[in-house]
Design a protein around this ligand. Structure first.
Ligand code: SF4
Length: 351
């Protein structure tokens, strides 16, 4: 599944479970001229290209365009699954001079990596206009937080101005090291919404991010202005929370626990995984890159706890044959923490 930037996981408009179809065609800015400039500046002869899942089909055409602009350079495509900037193809990176990662902003800066976030060309203002219906009137409550994904970051400053012109007092925040931009959210990190406002406007495609945001900040009213699907909705995490409580209940009483440590470069939480197995003789550490139901089926476990991407647990959890919990949910299931401590699993720091 998923998980970030564009790609968290649904790169072209996260339509899962929404029953909606794309209202606007998205066009992405591949920034080919910048890529060529940077390749030339580094005198690179071998270049790796990595696309998130939703855009892999465009990879060969982008490689063709780049070949035309730089005929002496060899371009190679990564076929590894990719859902976030946490998910770089390190094998291809080691074998190329420059590695271009499309669809996400930098999680970790490196001289050899060119991040191309793929800014969207969709105009957000008509749907922001509609979203005013759901925001409090500025005369009653002018404070509003503003967040978006990497794809709309090129317009973030303008969106702030747009709200201020309508008498809102806009609160924005740069999250932590996992985030590149002020106001940016990831599927595993909503630190940019830790702001002093009771309402947050999320501008972006799909419900993937705002649901996580609403789970992480249950005290805030999260208004979704989705310029891709052309709808305004309020994030309602209740069904998500019910599903999480159900998984925790199902896992209670489990004896054998599989503790998944994800080997993707930006998803490892070794200390958390190690602490669990140190304190539970019936817990077994299992390392893997892609965490899929098929890969876990042969392990004879009663339940799993996933220390990798939290969205695998929250979004794909029901697809696994045994309950799959986040580390915090595991603590509840084994009785170390009370049920009401259940919260969204977020991920901080890089690697
Ligand atoms: S760990 Fe975070 S950045 Fe990586 S795929 Fe999951 S949600 Fe996205």
């Amino acid at each position: 599944m998923s998980q970030d930037g564009t790609s968290e996981p649904q790169t072209e408009g996260d339509l899962r479970n929404t029953g909606m179809s794309l209202k606007h065609d998205r066009e992405w800015d591949y920034e080919l001229d910048r890529i060529i400039e940077e390749i030339e500046a580094r005198d690179a002869s071998k270049v790796g290209l990595q696309f998130p899942e939703g855009l892999k089909r465009r990879g060969p055409a982008v490689a063709d365009d780049l070949r035309e602009l730089a005929p002496d350079v060899t371009f190679m495509l990564s076929g590894q699954p990719c859902y976030g900037a946490c998910d770089l193809d390190t094998y291809l990176m080691r074998r190329t001079d420059v590695f271009v990662h499309f669809g996400h902003s930098a999680m970790k800066e490196s001289d050899r990596i060119i991040y191309v976030p793929l800014f969207s060309n969709v105009d957000p203002y008509p749907i922001m206009e509609d979203s005013l219906e759901e925001l409090a009137d500025p005369a009653d409550d002018p404070d509003v937080g503003l967040v978006t994904t990497a794809q709309h970051m090129n317009l973030f400053g303008d969106m702030v101005d747009w709200l201020e012109e309508r008498d809102y007092n806009v609160h924005t925040r740069r999250g932590d090291d996992r985030l590149t931009y002020e106001g940016q959210v990831l599927g595993c990190n909503y630190a940019s919404a830790d702001i002093d406002a009771e309402q947050v406007l999320y501008v972006g495609g799909g419900k993937f991010h705002p649901l996580g945001l609403a789970m992480e900040h249950p005290d805030k009213n999260v208004v979704i202005a989705d310029p891709v699907n052309n709808v305004v909705t309020i994030a309602d995490p209740e069904q998500f929370m019910k599903q999480r409580y159900a998984s925790v209940h199902k896992a209670m009483g489990s004896e054998k626990w599989g503790v998944i440590f994800c080997t993707k470069i930006g998803q490892g939480r070794w200390e958390i995984a190690e602490k669990i197995i140190e304190n539970n003789d019936n817990a077994y550490l299992i390392t893997m890159d892609e965490v899929t139901p098929d890969r876990l089926r042969n392990f004879n476990m009663d339940a799993f706890v996933n220390t990798g991407c939290p969205r695998i647990t929250t979004d794909d959890g029901p697809r696994f044959h045994k309950p799959m919990l986040t580390p915090g949910e595991y603590e509840i299931a084994v009785g170390n923490k009370p049920l009401d401590s259940l919260e969204f699993d977020t991920f901080h720091g890089t690697w």
